[in-house]
Design a protein around this ligand. Structure first.
Ligand SMILES: Cc1cc2nc3c(=O)[nH]c(=O)nc-3n(C[C@H](O)[C@H](O)[C@H](O)COP(=O)(O)OP(=O)(O)OC[C@H]3O[C@@H](n4cnc5c(N)ncnc54)[C@H](O)[C@@H]3O)c2cc1C
Length: 462
């Protein structure tokens, strides 16, 4: 008889007024007993709607049944048959729009905590499991992967399992893409990202860091060096700005730059680490997506007293995950909705204040959301020394500028055939944010997997 509780087993987490001063993980994870109890809420439906909601097709009911009976290692094998990065996906996937969004239990009450169970299984395996025995026979075919984010590492892992000699070229000194430099430690511990990257390296994948493809070496040169298949997973790391006066003042950061300075360059330990970061009493974050929430919560942890999310639309339109908004509010982040910055004022080259206008919502625009319209004469000033701009990213132009024959969209995304992720250039595939624009970890992984399958078909018949 399934457990008919309408709510998920509560996930223990750090208290808001404690965690907003440290970088330790917010959610603490289930115990064995909690996981087994939550697993008994699964009805093991025949038609498996949750599985259809997962972009990489994890056999969800099957792994949950193993958790319910305490076979955690078996559950791990089932998950990793389709998903190489379960500890990451269990933490950062927007499950509410995917597997859990389709869960029958969500019709009346809360969905089964699929993400929480996935996280539990992955963490349990890391603490207690053995590395699987690997018997991979090399086929001698060299492939290159550009970028070590979720798209790149998934594609690399899938091809390595099939026997390809895979080398990942990464521009930064650290692997993991946004998982390492973007998503903060308090949501995704970095030792965990490293362990998942290590498990891909254990399949024989070589990682070459500090290689900027397009500058250190081009795609044509990689092909000349014998890489018969190439996958571009270089993400969308180029920030957009509002183009308002004052955006080039000191104290204005793009959210990606701000988070990279903190996560990767340890800016908060300046001068012990050489990258400075300036946090003033008041910090304004422009935008209200997941990246904005991460930047705001990071600024709070770095000591800012007042952190504002400044967003031109209303609460209904906030694009960040509900859980992130909830956590941000609990931690004391203040939401200034229906507010749009028009000018940043400076003093001696540094930000001093930001002028904003109030907005109201008009008719729906092409995105289907109600268009924000300026309320005449509503201008007001926020005294602030730090402004973090988080209004979206697009792909860096370097690869498209240095790769003849590679077709891209006007906004910079690489054009692919969606069934195979093949680009307009022979032997070259692409996937993840560089194709879709800023999206999600699991969609990037799905693209990496589709590309690996298509690359294998192409290379094995070539
Ligand atoms: C702060 C932040 C928070 C987010 N939170 C979530 C979340 O909670 N849940 C979620 O699902 N998604 C989240 N996302 C989105 C998600 O992280 C991305 O959709 C995903 O990482 C895209 O994966 P990718 O492999 O395509 O690119 P990336 O992760 O961006 O990796 C691309 C890699 O390519 C490298 N690279 C770029 N150019 C070159 C070059 N020329 N040569 C060599 N290497 C190159 C980059 O250095 C980088 O390491 C977040 C994003 C950000 C920025």
């Amino acid at each position: 008889m399934p457990n008919m509780s309408l709510t998920k087993v509560t996930m223990p987490e750090q208290k808001a007024d404690v965690r907003n001063k440290n970088f330790d993980e917010v959610a603490l994870g289930y115990t064995k007993e909690m996981a087994m109890e939550e697993a008994t809420r699964c009805l093991n439906c025949k038609h498996q709607p949750c599985k259809n909601g997962c972009p990489v097709g994890v056999p969800i009911p099957e792994f949950i049944q193993e958790v319910a009976t305490g076979n955690f290692e078996e559950a791990y094998k089932i998950i990793t048959s389709e998903n190489a990065l379960p500890a990451i996906c269990g933490r950062v996937c927007p499950q509410e729009n995917q597997c859990e969004g389709k869960c029958v239990r969500a019709i009346k009450g809360e969905a089964v905590g699929i993400g929480r169970l996935e996280r539990f299984v992955a963490d349990y395996h890391m603490a207690h499991g053995n590395a699987p025995e690997l018997k991979i026979e090399s086929n001698g075919i060299k492939v290159a992967i550009i970028g070590s984010g979720p798209a790149g590492i998934t594609c690399a892992g899938e091809l390595a399992k099939k026997g390809y000699q895979v080398t990942v070229f990464e521009a930064l000194h650290k692997t993991g893409g946004v998982l390492s430099y973007g998503i903060p430690e308090f949501r995704l511990p970095k030792d965990l990202v490293q362990k998942e990257v290590d498990s891909v390296a254990a399949l024989g994948v070589k990682f070459e860091t500090n290689v900027v493809v397009g500058r250190s070496i081009t795609i044509d040169e990689l092909q000349e060096q014998g890489y018969q298949g190439i996958f571009i997973g270089s993400g969308a790391g180029l920030p957009r700005f509002q183009n308002i006066p004052g955006e080039n003042l000191n104290g204005v950061y793009a959210a990606n730059e701000f988070l990279t300075r903190v996560n990767l360059m340890k800016g908060y330990e300046f001068p012990k680490h050489p990258t400075p970061i300036k946090i003033t009493d008041t910090v304004c974050v422009i935008g209200a997506g997941n990246v904005a929430m991460d930047a705001a919560r990071t600024a709070k942890r770095l000591g800012a007293k007042n952190v504002y999310i400044v967003y031109r639309r209303g609460a209904q339109e906030v694009p960040a995950r509900a859980e992130e908004v909830h956590h941000a509010k609990e931690e004391g982040i203040i939401f200034k909705l229906l507010t749009n910055p028009v000018k940043i004022e400076g003093e001696d080259g540094w930000v001093k204040s930001m002028e904003c206008v109030e907005m109201e919502l008009g008719e729906p625009d092409e995105s289907g959301r109600r268009r924000p319209v300026v309320k005449e004469g509503s201008n007001f000033i926020i005294e602030t020394g730090t402004v973090i701009v988080s209004i979206g990213q697009s792909p860096n132009p370097l690869i498209r500028q240095t790769t003849p024959g590679l077709e891209t969209q006007k906004w910079g995304g690489i054009i692919v055939d969606e069934a195979s992720m093949k680009t307009s250039k022979d032997g070259v595939y692409a996937g993840g944010d560089v194709v879709t624009g800023a999206a999600t970890v699991i969609l990037a992984m799905g693209a990496g997997k589709t590309a690996a399958q298509a690359m294998d078909e192409y290379l094995s018949t070539k």
